[in-house]
Design a protein around this ligand. Sequence first.
Ligand code: P1T
Length: 378
Amino acid sequence: MKFATKAIHIGQQPDELTGAVTVPLYQTSTYAQEEIGKHKGWEYARTQNPTRSRWEECLAALEGGLAAYAFGSGSAAVDSIMRILSAGDHVIMAEDMYGGTYRLATTVLTRFGLTFSFVDMRDPANVEAAIQPNTKMIYTETPTNPMMTITDLRTMAAIADKIGALLVVDNTFASPYFQRPLELGAHVVVHSATKYLGGHSDLVHGIVATNSADVAERLKFIQNAVGAVPGPLECWLCLRSAKTLHVRMERHASNAMQIAIALEKDPRVKAVHYPGLPSHPQHKLAASQMNGFGGMISIELGGIAQAKSFTKAIKVFTLAESLGGVESLVCHPVSMTHGSIPVEQRERLGITEGLVRLSVGIEDVEDLMADIDQALHN
Ligand code: P1T
């Protein structure tokens, strides 16, 4: 089965009880038991919920995994995969990634005895140099938030296998439609499903997929024991959104490509970071592991004054955190999503006060381009 057919049919089968074509929303906390020890396989809704199970089945199929487990947010998903490690374990993490993941690692997880090395994942040699005898996980995002750099997933998977570590990939920016890290050798995929998987800026949700039976078993235990589970409504909305993921992603990407090409020629814009542009330093690598380049673009406008006037003047794009919804958003990473990254590290990565991140929606591209043009005039 190909991607769109899977998205519409796996986990999405009609309800066994009534034939309802859409998976029912099981808004319940518990399940009646016939007598002690006799029940229908459903006991308590932190442990199992039929709407959640269907969505987990759907996403596992889309990522090409054995299993998937859903969580209350992307951050809860990241935290839960970290909990398969133990005090004393070492993680090699991308230095350029969502600020909240960096914050979780440096301010919370370190207090529980995990240690981290943050490296530039563009060069696999940096990862090899950071390996320690206790390295148990290599954790990356690709493309990264917000600099749109690419990690070579095949090479990274080979390094992880060599040292017996897990390669965990945050696939939020690409979505499984454009990139399937498990097929490239990764062991675990994480999503902030708040973004493209949800796709309509109306929910907060996270999900982890894996092709390892061992990780699946441990993650299922953590999902229940720690309990950072989502409500069934979010799972139901994600099932609804999965059915249009392929059409939305195509439009996000074609709009983003047209905008990136136009902005690259515009002298008011100092730099355009979009992996679909042949001028992106890792364009060939991106093309070798992605089927498309997504809807995220970061642009350098020169300074805080330009970033302020652009984000104030823009109208169709809404100034807001988050990304991946049908409506276009604009974000100022330094003051919004990446405030917790130390200034010195931010500057080294290029996350400057003049950097603005565009989440290109699926509106008419002519309107988006006209809006950007008038905002640059201010
Ligand atoms: O917001 P939450 O659902 O908890 O997901 C966290 C997260 C994880 N990974 C990536 C790549 C992310 O971008 C995020 C959340 N990001 C934003 C809110 C943002 O505007 O970048």
